[in-house]
Design a binder for this molecule. Structure first.
Ligand SMILES: [Zn+2]
Length: 251
C-alpha cells in the first residue's frame, strides 16, 4: 500500500519515501514505526532504498496468521481472498466524518438499509435482514475506516458494506449461507468501482467452498443503487425499526 501513518496509529499520512526521510533508514533501531491507517497494525516500508526504479515503493503488512478470521483481515493488506482489491488509494479523514454523518441522515440511512435487504434476496424471495446484521456491516466499516477512503461516494458505501460480512443461512429449506464479493478484475484499489473505468460487479458466493452463486451478478453503479433502494418508504412507517437503525450511528 502507498500510505501509512507516521510514528503512531492515526499519525500523519506519509509515503514510504517520506517515512524513511523522517525516520531515517535506522527507523527500527530508533523505535519509529509506520502504522496501517485502516487496522492500526505496524507495517514496513519496502523498496525505498532499492536502486532499481521499477521496484514499487510501498508499505507491507506482516504475513497473515493461518488461523485468522478472513473477515478480520485488513483490506489494505490486499493479501488475496475476501478483501482483495478493496484497499484505499488515499485517505480523507475530514471528508470521511462528513460522509458518515450524511449516511445517517434519515432517508439516506433507510435507503441504504433497503438496498442491503434487497441485495440479500435469495431466488427473488426476501430473507430476514436483521438490524443487527446491518449494524455489523457498519461496525466493520468503522473499524476499516471505509468512510475515509479518498473520494468514496455515498452510493458506493452500501456495496462496500455488503462485502464486509457473512450472511447466515435463513429459515427456508433451500437456504444457504453466503457472502458478497466485489469482482472488478485485478487488484487495483476500491476506487475502481466508482471511477467506472472498468465494469465492476458484485456476486454472491456460497460460504461453503466459495463458489459463485449462478445468476447472482449485479453490476456496481449508482443507477443500480438508486433503483434497488428507492422503495425505502415502508421503513418510515415502522417507528421501532427506524429508531433501531438511527441508533446504529452511535454504536
Ligand atoms: Zn491494515
Amino acid at each position: 500500500m502507498r500510505y501509512a501513518c507516521f510514528a503512531w496509529p492515526g499519525g500523519q499520512i506519509v509515503t514510504p519515501e517520506e517515512f524513511i526521510q523522517r525516520a531515517t533508514p535506522e527507523y527500527r533501531a530508533k523505535g519509529i514505526h509506520a502504522y496501517c491507517p485502516s487496522c492500526g497494525e505496524p507495517v514496513h516500508p519496502y523498496g525505498v532504498q532499492s536502486s532499481n526504479p521499477d521496484v514499487p515503493r510501498s508499505f507491507h503488512h506482516p504475513d497473515r496468521q493461518d488461523d485468522a478470521d478472513p473477515l478480520d483481515d485488513c483490506p489494505q493488506a490486499n493479501r488475496g481472498g475476501r478483501f482483495r482489491g478493496m484497499y484505499a488509494d488515499g485517505w480523507d479523514t475530514t471528508r470521511g466524518e462528513r460522509l458518515r454523518a450524511q449516511f445517517f441522515e434519515r432517508d439516506t440511512l433507510c435507503a441504504a438499509y433497503e438496498f442491503c435487504r434487497q441485495m440479500c434476496h435469495r431466488g427473488g424471495k426476501p430473507i430476514p435482514f436483521p438490524v443487527a446484521k446491518f449494524g455489523e456491516m457498519i461496525r466493520r466499516a468503522d473499524q476499516r475506516r471505509i468512510w475515509a477512503y479518498r473520494g468514496i461516494p455515498l452510493w458506493a458505501v452500501p456495496f462496500t458494506l455488503l462485502a464486509l460480512v457473512n450472511i447466515e443461512k435463513g429459515e427456508g429449506p433451500r437456504d444457504y449461507p453466503f457472502h458478497f464479493l466485489i469482482q472488478k478484475g485485478g487488484s487495483s484499489p476500491l476506487s475502481q468501482i466508482w471511477e467506472g473505468k472498468r465494469s465492476c460487479r458484485m456476486v454472491k458466493c456460497f460460504s461453503d467452498g466459495g463458489n459463485v452463486v449462478r445468476g447472482s451478478e449485479v453490476p456496481i453503479g449508482e443507477d443500480v443503487y438508486l433503483e434497488a433502494s428507492r422503495r425505502f418508504g415502508w421503513v418510515l412507517d415502522k417507528p421501532r425499526l427506524l429508531a433501531a437503525l438511527m441508533a446504529l450511528r452511535g454504536q
